[in-house]
Design a protein around this ligand. Structure first.
Ligand SMILES: Nc1nc2c(ncn2[C@@H]2O[C@H](COP(=O)(O)OP(=O)(O)OP(=O)(O)O)[C@@H](O)[C@H]2O)c(=O)[nH]1
Ligand SMILES: [Mg+2]
Length: 312
């Protein structure tokens, strides 16, 4: 399978092709991931989340430049870039910031999840594995900032960076459910505008509370636009990874991620096989029974599950 060899040799086209196959839920992607899985587990993975237009893409671009200067290769995936604000323009203003895509050490891709039953989580996990095996030292995942997705992506990555910006209904309490709990690092971005210090002060009060992992999420000010405060963000991203490595958190995260991946794959394959049953008579018999109130939908599912033999 030359796609595997090309990927492991660091061919960007192979990586791009694979991510397309992942988006489509193509069988070939499953096989390739099986073949490359041994080569994964080397990268530091960093999720970047925040409200639409908060400057995620711009900040990632700056961080990528910073990590390149530190001798690291960088992979960037933007998941479901469907922002109403920018249409998900992946890299803001390329002209102003210099084109990262020309850099051999940077791989950038946006990714939808249209063909995937397992949705964002399954596709993102696969894409991370691809870039990891491809050889990216640091992998950034930009998420769409829609609550549940961020929490799922946080479980797949080592470090979750949450962006805020001043003046955007900047009540820190208004955090989307669960994001605050999974943040490892807060960045009040667009600090070139007024009001960033006040947002940071509110955050500082909140992060001081209820910490058990020995890591208190730092609150940093930055401006992606002006390239201010980026080195400090990069420092803290590295510090968080070092903390995970020293505290045993890395092993724990690895295990949690594998558990999620297995459960996700299980759900995905059961769902696929369930959908395949839909055209059969057993399925329509169960539908009739449920319609006649002879069985509940749950009982029907249970009954169908029992008819599923080993895959083949
Ligand atoms: N003033 C200011 N503007 C910024 C800063 N960073 C980004 N912007 C601007 O904010 C807008 C959105 O930036 P993006 O980086 O695309 O933000 P995003 O969060 O990736 O946006 P979506 O992916 O659409 O949610 C662009 O017009 C940027 O130029 C900053 O630090 N200061
Ligand atoms: Mg963006």
């Amino acid at each position: 399978m030359s796609l595997v060899e090309d990927l492991l040799a660091g061919d960007k086209r192979a990586a791009a092709k694979l991510i397309s196959l992942i988006e489509d839920g193509d069988e070939e992607a499953t096989e390739v991931i099986r073949a490359i899985y041994k080569e994964t587990g080397k990268a530091q993975t960093v999720a970047v989340s925040g409200p639409p237009g908060s400057g995620k893409s711009t900040l990632i671009h700056r961080l990528a430049q910073a990590f390149r200067r530190r001798g690291k290769t960088v992979g960037i995936i933007a998941v479901d870039p469907t922002s109403p604000l920018t249409g998900g323009a992946l890299l803001g203003d390329r002209v102003r910031m210099g084109d990262l895509t020309a850099d051999e050490g940077v791989f950038i891709r946006s990714m939808g999840t249209r063909g995937r039953l397992g949705g964002v989580s399954a596709a993102t996990s696969d894409a991370i594995n691809v870039l990891d095996a491809f050889g990216s030292d640091v992998i950034f995942v930009e998420t769409a900032g829609v609550g549940q997705t961020d929490v799922e992506v946080a479980a797949l990555t080592h470090t979750m960076v949450v962006l805020l910006m001043p003046g955007a209904g900047d009540d820190v309490q208004a955090f989307k459910a669960g994001i605050f709990e999974v943040a490892d690092l807060f960045v009040v971005n667009k600090a070139d505008r007024g009001g960033a210090e006040a947002v940071a002060a509110d955050l500082e009060v909140m992060v001081g509370m209820g910490e058990e992992t020995g890591w208190v999420p730092p609150v940093l000010l930055a401006s992606g636009l002006r390239d201010d405060g980026i080195a400090e963000v990069a420092d803290q991203v590295e510090a968080h990874f070092a903390h995970l490595a020293e505290s045993g958190g890395l092993e724990a995260k690895r295990r949690t991620r594998v558990e999620r991946e297995i459960l996700g794959a299980l759900a995905e394959s059961i769902q696929a096989r369930g959908l395949a049953l839909r055209s059969g008579t057993a399925f329509s018999d169960w539908v009739d029974r449920v319609l006649q109130k002879d069985a509940s939908p749950r009982e029907a599912a249970q009954g169908l599950l029992e008819t599923l033999g080993p895959e083949g």
